[in-house]
Write a protein that binds this ligand. Sequence first.
Ligand code: AVJ
Length: 320
Amino acid sequence: MTMSTISNNKVPETSDACVEILLGLTARQKHISPKYFYDERGSHLFDQICQLPEYYLTRTELRLMDSHFDEVADLVGPRASVIEFEAGSNIKIRKLLDHLAEPAAYVPVDISGDYLLKQAAALTRDYPNVHVQPVFADFTQPFDLPQHPVMPERNLVFFPGSTIGNFAPGEAVELLKVMRLEARPGGALLIGVDLRKNPGVLHAAYNDSRGVTAEFNLNVLRRLNTEFDGNFDLANFSHLAIYDESRGRIEMRLISQKAQRVIVAGQEISLAANEFIITEYSYKYSLDGFGALARSAGWKPERIWVDENNFFSMHYLTVC
Ligand code: AVJ
């Protein structure tokens, strides 16, 4: 199998991760990056979240894809190279490749190697005419794209799932600029964006009645214990997601149930009773708000699809 990978891109090392985690846990407002959610157990819990009745995001986006990928395929045209930022859901990329006319290539970009390679191998098997070439890179920085045997007619950056919501608006603009750079002149972006809505709906989606989101949130402490020599007692923390309506963002918190000291990566961290660690922001946008953000990063909005409840949106944009 010819699954060589592009190696001149910058990939973070474990020691960088330790520094990042300790900086976050010693900051005035303690925080841990949401990217640490997704170890094997965390990815499994996220799959369970996607099945929850309260978590409308995945289900709604998949329905938008089923209804509108024919139209997307017409807009994209033949022989596109699909560049997926963060090798995410197998089912979404398959849906897209199934609709596009003679897709030339698929380039999943991610920092986590194992999953990337497994997924790429399965796609190579099932899509023999698509040149599957994973890239290990931190996609918040520009990276090198591989060459393909069939010259793609356009690059299509694919970023489903409203993962853009994990980035604060300023960071989101920077990421959208990297996407525009990688898409190159003539390129396009297909992105899923969760919308602002009734706070009750959002609260339920991130504080589900079965406690799966709580498990998912607490799992990050378990991961710090196993991978970064931590001694967090998970029983001493509780999950809460709050919606900040003025900022349009969900904030995931782990609340310390008592004053306690914890060791992680050789450093002692003290937490006061009720002090919390922020583990994730999930920004929600209005259609106009996201449009303005994308324009400021050099994208031209072409088409938006929304479900009947105005819960979730899928945007197709082209390089200005
Ligand atoms: C994968 C970032 C889109 O923000 O809804 C789900 C992650 N966090 N439940 C989101 C998540 C809590 C999810 N994203």
